[in-house]
Design a protein around this ligand. Structure first.
Ligand code: FES
Length: 123
């Protein structure tokens, strides 16, 4: 393992169709597990109004925000619908030998974008 990857637990710590959160310098990151054991890591903040995505409902490769039902694509962090918006995504992987979940803290998509603000004003 090089410095890019950080062990954050084991695959069995994350329930299928669920999520677990990790506190990082980038804020709280939610690691989601789909029904077919794919993992995705996103900032735990909905682009709409900061809803906790880790408490949403995972379906296929998306999560529905628990606050106002926006659907966020787990792979891209993009919020569906005409308003747009995006939460940051991170790389995550499983060590095949140990089943350890490893998270990269280099954001894959660097910008958090709210649908109601221009990109330059996004946080
Ligand atoms: S905060 Fe997520 S849909 Fe409103």
């Amino acid at each position: 393992m090089n410095d890019r990857w950080h062990k954050i637990g084991h695959l069995h710590d994350i329930p299928p169709l669920g999520a677990r959160c990790v506190l990082t310098p980038f804020g709280r990151i939610a690691v989601f597990r789909t029904a077919d054991d794919a993992l995705y890591a996103l900032e735990d903040r909905c682009p709409h109004k900061d809803g906790p995505l880790s408490q949403g409902i995972v379906h296929d490769t998306s999560v529905t925000c628990p606050l106002h039902n926006a659907v966020i694509a787990l792979a891209s962090g993009e919020m569906s619908g005409p308003e747009g918006g995006r939460t940051r995504t991170f790389d995550v992987r499983v060590d095949p030998a140990s089943q350890a979940v490893e998270l990269s803290l280099e954001p894959r998509s660097a910008e958090f974008v709210r649908p109601d603000r221009p990109l330059a004003a996004a946080e």
